[in-house]
Design a protein around this ligand. Structure first.
Ligand code: SF4
Length: 393
């Protein structure tokens, strides 16, 4: 039997599941002799290209995914577009993830071969191995080679996830693993954070219990939402960097271990269907329950035209109003979100959170029990919504 490896270039778009699974799949492809090509950091041109290629009522992250695919088209032999159904054996991904390979295939021309493996861990405990074996067959007939690459991929995944659970953002952890190849733009702060956090004790993750870091005027804010939005500098209008510049440490759902999030499960009559949405809501509930004195506020970054987010945002907002523990702000983004609008709102929110905290410290009293709950969209988003409504009318 020939075990020769077929080499080739595999394109992975820098969007959607990229911030969760890229390191594992990169290791796997490279172990099989393939070269992994990642699309560049998102720019206006990437998103504009995606808008051209997709249906108008798709959410911004899906449009962006199309833009990243367009960038890779013509440069690679394979495009890795898996159909993510379930990766935790319980919940499924949003329907847009389930239909992703079909959407790409039917709306874009001139594509290379798609590796569109279906991933549904509900099918049994050997599903991940089946998935990797199916992908690996594109490159080699040797089951042993595929198995070895699969084991290495799992190792990388554990290493990457360990960094996240120690408080690193996904881009920072990737910078630690791959350097400027992945994050060419201003990686200094993030890399420092990754290194600092990766060396911290894994047995007591700082954010798992909502431990605020830093002293004096530094704040810690829980950022809820989807990794493909809050880690994407263009889509989020550089939210995390802006928070850092304002003296805020951002804590994301990625940083909280699954078992800690699961302690919130009994607060819901039933679980949300969608994996990332479920994590966002449970992370918010976790911070509300455990964050007093350690987390200073919550921000939910929510996507315009996202069905699941209508529910997620409402659940978080209602719980914040009920518990009256942490100030909350929701920020809605779409493909036209402007940086200036986001910065103005962030500055106002952070300023309010900081004044509230400092007033409590000065008075030697507990924090005020009446947080301001704001629900805002960016100015340009509001304008776009109005224009869409006008067109629809
Ligand atoms: S969860 Fe919302 S933002 Fe994410 S892909 Fe689905 S519709 Fe889009």
């Amino acid at each position: 039997m020939s075990s020769q490896v077929r080499e080739g270039k595999v394109g992975i778009p820098r969007a959607l599941f990229f911030y969760t699974f890229y390191p594992a799949f990169r290791t796997f492809f490279e172990e099989l002799g393939a070269t992994v090509v990642v699309s560049g950091t998102t720019t206006k041109a990437t998103l504009d290209a995606g808008v051209q290629e997709t249906v108008t009522d798709a959410c911004a992250p899906i449009k962006l995914y199309h833009g990243h695919v367009a960038e890779l088209r013509g440069r690679v032999d394979y495009l890795f577009v898996p159909r993510l159904v379930s990766t935790n054996g319980k919940l499924i991904y949003c329907p847009k993830f389930l239909g992703l390979p079909d959407m790409i295939r039917h709306s874009m021309a001139g594509l290379p071969k798609l590796i569109d493996v279906r991933i549904d861990v509900r099918k049994g405990k050997h599903e991940w191995w089946r998935v990797y074996r199916e992908i690996g067959r594109n490159f080699t007939k040797s089951t042993w080679k595929i198995y070895r690459a699969y084991r290495k991929a799992l190792e990388t995944y554990r290493q990457f996830d360990g960094m996240l659970k120690s408080g690193a953002t996904a881009p920072a952890a990737m910078y630690t693993l791959y350097g400027e190849e992945i994050l060419p733009a201003q990686p200094g702060l993030q890399a420092a954070a990754a290194l600092e956090q990766a060396s911290a004790s894994a047995s007591e993750p700082a954010v798992a219990s909502g431990t605020g870091r830093g002293a004096d005027r530094r704040l810690t804010i829980g950022v809820m939402g989807y990794p493909y939005a809050f880690y994407d500098p263009y889509l989020s209008a550089n939210l995390l960097d802006k928070l850092e510049a304002l003296g805020v440490t951002a804590v994301t759902p990625d940083m909280i271990p699954d078992e800690v999030l699961e302690r919130q499960a009994d607060k819901f009559p039933k679980e949300l269907f969608w994996t990332y949405s479920d994590r966002a809501v449970k992370a918010a509930y976790h911070f509300l329950e455990n964050g007093r004195g350690r987390i200073d506020g919550l921000i939910h970054l929510t996507a315009f035209a996202c069905g699941p987010d209508f529910i997620v945002n409402k659940l978080i907002e209602l719980e914040c109003k009920k518990q009256k523990v942490l100030p909350f702000m929701s920020l809605m983004y779409d493909e036209q979100t402007g940086e200036a609008g986001v910065l103005t709102r962030l500055e106002a929110f952070v300023d309010m959170v900081r004044r509230r905290k400092e007033a409590a410290v000065r008075a030697g009293a507990p924090l005020a029990e009446t947080p301001v709950v704001q629900s805002q969209t960016t100015a340009r988003t509001t304008a776009q919504a109005a224009s869409s409504a006008k067109k629809a009318g």
